[in-house]
Design a protein around this ligand. Structure first.
Ligand code: NAD
Length: 288
């Protein structure tokens, strides 16, 4: 069995997988691969899959499988797996880090201090304590964010039309939008959620609300978010994901009131190790 590691996984995964088959990181070996391991960089489109006549299994190390043409895989009898349970803590910690970093102006504080400026008087932050956090989507990651936000004594509410019961207070979307100081997105990218954060939805938010998106870039209309950041309707945005990645030409790159990360939500050493363990287990299962 030939296993192609097409994107970046934990350092020791290649070595560990050698017990299960022939392992390569050479993308030119796609034509001979039985199993391909991808994260988000590789796009397993119809054209990609057509180049892999032996392919039987694609494993996406991560949650969303929107970079894989799942329908075409079904047609071709190729199994598609992911590791949805692994990344929740890593992404949740990034969402919380963004909220804290934004409210204490940490990027500005760091840059100024490092360049010899002492801007102590200009930097009056705000606390998370007693603020309302609205979670759109209360699945695995949303729940981990909620747990951590509660430790900061935030008032946590959530909107999720597919969850009927939760320890988190569930509210209608309009109520969440009008009462949240922070809105954090944790839904998958679906036909229903694509572009959901547009000017109409933003208009229903509290003035100066802070938007956090560690889910998928295509949930946002980037121009509408930019306009709202410029007008002050949105106070700040913390973004890990973009319409296209890297976000070349995105209006959001021009905004001052943004904290931007290069899609690193899942990128912790601990998560890479967890993903590696799950990948090994899934390949073993597949070989049975
Ligand atoms: P999940 O499937 O456990 O939870 C998603 C939740 O969204 C579900 O409870 C679902 O009912 C809800 N939902 C679906 N449609 C909705 C809608 N229209 N409105 C409100 N809620 C809706 O998924 P998860 O593991 O929590 O992942 C959430 C998101 O995070 C996904 O988009 C995933 O791709 C993304 N993600 C990003 C990174 C990163 O590196 N930044 C890493 C992992 C996952």
């Amino acid at each position: 069995m030939k296993i192609l590691i097409s994107d970046s996984f934990s350092k020791d995964l290649e070595e560990k997988l050698k017990e299960l088959g022939e392992v390569t990181t050479d993308k030119n070996e796609l034509a001979n691969a039985d199993v391909v391991l991808v994260r988000s960089a590789t796009k397993a489109t119809k054209e990609y899959i057509d180049q892999a006549p032996n392919l039987k299994l694609i494993i996406r190390g991560g949650v969303g499988i929107d970079n894989i043409d799942v329908e075409y895989c079904k047609e071709k009898n190729i199994s598609v797996n992911n590791t949805p349970e692994a990344s929740s803590v890593a992404v949740a910690e990034l969402a919380i880090a963004m909220m804290l970093g934004i409210r204490r102006d940490l990027v500005k504080a760091h840059n100024a201090t490092k360049s010899g400026e002492w801007i102590k008087k200009q930097l009056k932050g705000r606390e998370l304590y007693k603020k309302t956090l609205g979670l759109i989507g209360i699945g695995r990651i949303g729940q981990e964010v909620a747990k951590r936000a509660k430790a900061f004594e935030m008032n946590v509410i959530a909107y999720d039309p597919y969850v009927k019961e939760s320890e988190i207070k569930l509210v209608e979307l309009d109520e969440l939008l009008k009462s949240s100081d922070f809105i954090s997105l944790h839904t998958p990218l679906t036909d229903e959620t694509r572009g959901m954060v547009n000017k109409d939805l933003i208009a229903k938010m509290k003035d100066g609300a802070i938007l956090i998106n560690t889910a998928r870039g295509k949930l946002l209309n980037e121009q509408d978010v930019y306009d709202a950041l410029q007008s002050g309707k949105l106070g700040f945005a913390g973004l890990d994901v973009y319409q296209s990645e890297p976000p070349e030409g995105s209006p959001l790159l021009k905004a001052d009131n943004v904290l931007l990360a290069p899609h690193i939500g899942a990128s912790t050493h601990e998560n890479m190790d967890r993903i590696g363990e799950i990948v090994i287990k899934q390949i073993k299962e597949f070989q049975k």
